[in-house]
Design a protein around this ligand. Structure first.
Ligand SMILES: NC(=O)c1ccc[n+]([C@@H]2O[C@H](COP(=O)([O-])OP(=O)(O)OC[C@H]3O[C@@H](n4cnc5c(N)ncnc54)[C@H](O)[C@@H]3O)[C@@H](O)[C@H]2O)c1
Length: 299
């Protein structure tokens, strides 16, 4: 499938990621005439996505980022449905953003790969599952890859395109052109690896920060200050962990270690301690910092 032939883009899963990937495609892909269909197996999710999309476009118009005319064009190119199978029938590109569960994703890919045309490109937005895990159930694995967006997908420019051993060069090139057409900065990851590139680099920084803390080299606040004021990070590793959830860090590391048996992948003992105490960060008002009001204080 060449980029010129991509016209109908189907996003499956209308959650946090799917909504924004769909809206990003509709807004930034106007010049390329993309028709965007956002689908979800659950009517409630579609109801929420419809309300979110109208509110989002209205707020863009109010802020002067889109004209009324542009917003109605975006709205006209964007539709939602609970009929996933029917949406897939005419899809040129499908981006899956459903729950992070391999069995559920396998069931979906097996089903849609029988419904889609043989030249349709199928992509998963999974953060952890490489597309090889889905290749066995997909009729045309040469058109299968990971297209990994970052949260919030309307804001974050990076898109990681992960090449599986089954993925054709044409598929990578079309995905790269699609990402560029929709105002993203794509990178190509040539071999499948858990965590891909950006999250692995982030994990390495977080691991080193925890090690420095474990050894009593510097405090949480000072390590964050070093990263923010010395390295120009928008947020130090401990502040970021409090935002994304120390429990999430614990689960990701635990699962990665179970797969790799590499001690570097294991959760830090300090992260385990926080997890066991139920101190997950902002969501529990206490993590590396405490959150009484707005500002984080050392905890
Ligand atoms: N949240 C993030 O920060 C983030 C970042 C990058 C990638 N991802 C990846 O994106 C994917 C989605 O994450 P999310 O946070 O948007 O999830 P979410 O829970 O917000 O949304 C998932 C949606 O999928 C729908 N769904 C579940 N099973 C379905 C099925 N069989 N058919 C159709 N719809 C189905 C649910 O109704 C729900 O609306 C995951 O694979 C995750 O790894 C998430």
């Amino acid at each position: 499938m060449k980029i010129e032939n991509i016209k109908t883009v189907v996003i499956i899963g209308a959650g946090v990621m799917g909504q924004q990937i769909a809206m990003n495609t509709a807004i930034n892909g106007q010049a390329f005439g993309y028709r965007v269909i956002l689908c979800d197996g659950f009517a409630e999710a579609i109801k929420k996505a419809d309300a979110w999309a109208s509110d989002y476009l209205e707020s863009r118009v109010k802020k002067g980022r889109l004209t009324e005319e542009e917003a109605s064009k975006v709205q006209a190119s964007f539709s939602t449905t609970t009929d996933v199978d029917n949406a897939c029938r005419n899809a040129d590109l499908v981006i899956e953003a459903i729950v992070e569960n391999l069995d559920i994703k396998k069931e979906l890919f097996e089903r849609i790969s029988r419904i889609c045309r043989p030249d349709t490109i199928l992509a998963t937005n999974s953060s952890n599952l490489v597309s090889s895990k889905l290749a066995g159930v997909t009729a045309h694995p040469e058109r299968l890859l990971n297209i990994h967006y970052f949260n919030p997908a309307l804001v974050m420019k990076l898109v990681e395109l992960v090449r599986g051993p089954h993925t054709s060069e044409d598929t990578i090139e079309t995905a790269r052109a699609f990402a560029l057409n929709t105002a993203k900065s794509p990178i190509v990851i040539n071999k499948e690896i858990a965590g891909f590139v950006a999250n692995r680099i982030n994990a390495a920084v977080t691991r080193e920060a925890c090690l420095l803390l474990e050894k009593g080299i510097a405090s949480v606040e000072d390590i964050d200050t070093a990263c923010e004021k010395g390295l120009g990070y928008p947020m130090g590793p401990f502040r970021l962990m409090d935002l994304t959830g120390i429990d999430v860090n614990y689960f990701v590391r635990r699962d990665r270690y179970a797969e790799s048996h590499d001690p570097n992948d294991a959760p830090s003992p300090l992260v385990i301690e926080k997890y066991e105490k139920g101190e997950y960060g902002r969501k529990t008002k206490k993590g590396w910092y405490t959150y009484e009001e707005q500002e984080g204080k050392k905890g």
